[in-house]
Write a protein that binds this ligand. Structure first.
Ligand code: SF4
Ligand code: ZN
Length: 402
């Protein structure tokens, strides 16, 4: 991949390209309206089907209304993410408010399912649109309260949370391990193990992969599970470069001892840099056909026993939705576009991906026949090569963008 071969590019040029990306992201963030949310109400509660311990189970995803990711507050955040659209930037959510949000779930307040019981869900996700292990985003008291409460629900077998790697510290993990006996899986945004792609294309702000390796080893020390989020098709990459990078990153993550990987095809939300490049004709969301290539590519290199998920494609039922500002009354962070093929086959393909996520059976991804409208086009897209290195692409695309 030409993009990786940057031996003839100086560090100064690479830093400069990164800065151009950062400035553009910050400019977009400055134009993002600050929405006021009620602090004692959850962002979303939804249930979906998930594959766990060799069978399809119900999973509940609880999204707390939270203070927001510190990475975007400090450096603008990642290029593909708009989680900040769902956070209230003007006020801090207190421990008491987080606890009230959590109690609302337990008591079923504001949920459409009046008989809601956490014990019915073997897998529970507790998300905060950022890092649950960063005490500036959610207090350690609130986190401990939530896990203490979860410990009483023996029907819950696994809890999934998310955190940037740098907040996975002994202290933060102990805070949970002290009060919770069950399995905890921590999803960490790796995005790419290629430093250049991660730092320039994703603007991840993790310049040293060892920070991620360190997080995995801390998690394992406490018998926690490590899940790698791998973004598929960041800005500035061609389709085939993005496929190659997602496969390589998946293998690297497994070698780094991650217990599971989740491929996250880029989707578009307002005010992200990916969305901006889409608007100016410099970005297309990934093709669904490519997602199949990635799963096959990983299975071919490792085996099909690997815990590989395709993020964002689960049959969901929303029990408590947005506070009314998202597309079609959806949650504010709901994307307006996800990866797609053509209008003839996209929906069918998405159904196949959902079946894959419920079974991990790759055959479901081959249930769909080659589409006469778009399959050949996708094959041609995969042949597109870009001889420019990544720095030149940034200059070309953003250098003159006002
Ligand atoms: S992807 Fe994660 S780290 Fe990046 S801006 Fe979004 S919430 Fe923050
Ligand atoms: Zn098609």
């Amino acid at each position: 991949m030409g993009i990786i071969n940057v031996s003839n590019i100086s560090k100064k040029e690479i830093d400069n390209a990164r800065l151009i990306v950062e400035n553009k992201i910050k400019q977009l963030r400055d134009n993002t309206p600050n929405v006021k949310f009620e602090h004692n109400k959850l962002a979303e509660v939804e249930i979906n089907k998930f594959f766990y311990e060799h069978k399809t189970v119900n999973r509940v995803m609880i999204v707390l209304r939270a203070n927001g990711c510190e990475h975007y507050k400090q450096d603008g955040g990642c290029s593909m993410c708009s989680h900040f659209n769902g956070t209230d930037r003007s006020a801090k959510i207190t421990t008491e408010e987080y606890i009230e949000q959590w109690q609302n779930v337990i008591d079923g307040i504001g949920l459409s399912d009046t008989k809601f019981d956490l014990n019915d869900y073997p897998v529970v996700c507790v998300y905060n649109l950022g890092s649950l292990l960063n005490e500036n985003e959610i207090t350690t008291e609130a986190v401990q309260y939530i896990f203490k409460s979860l410990n009483q629900y023996k029907g819950v077998k696994k809890v999934i949370i998310e955190s940037r790697a740098e907040y996975v510290t002994e202290e933060a993990i102990k805070n949970i391990a002290d009060v919770y006996d069950g399995i905890v899986e921590v999803g960490i945004g790796v995005e790419s193990t290629n430093n250049l792609i991660r730092e320039i294309c994703h603007h991840k702000g993790i310049d040293d992969i060892r920070k991620i390796e360190n997080a995995v080893s801390i998690l394992h020390r406490y018998n926690f599970k490590a899940l790698a989020y791998i973004n598929f098709k960041p800005i500035f990459l061609t389709e085939s470069e993005a496929i190659d990078d997602a496969i390589k990153t998946s293998i690297d993550c497994l070698n780094m001892k991650f217990d599971a990987i989740s491929i996250e095809p880029t989707s578009l939300q307002d005010y992200s840099l990916a969305n901006k490049l889409y608007q100016i004709g410099q970005y297309r969301v990934p093709w669904l056909w490519s997602v199949r290539d990635i799963v096959k590519g990983v299975y071919d290199k490792v085996n099909d026993k690997v815990d590989l998920r395709l993020g964002g494609y689960f049959d969901e039922e929303v029990l408590s939705g947005s506070q009314g500002v998202g597309y079609n009354s959806k949650n504010e962070i709901f994307p307006h576009m996800t990866s797609l093929n053509c209008d003839k086959c996209s929906n069918k393909f998405i159904e196949c991906i959902k079946k894959f996520n419920m079974t991990y059976d790759i055959n479901f991804l081959y249930e769909i026949e080659k589409c006469d409208k778009c399959y050949n086009l996708w094959e041609d897209v995969k042949k597109i090569k870009d001889s420019r290195d990544i720095v030149t692409r940034v200059y070309d695309i953003l250098g003159n963008e006002g």
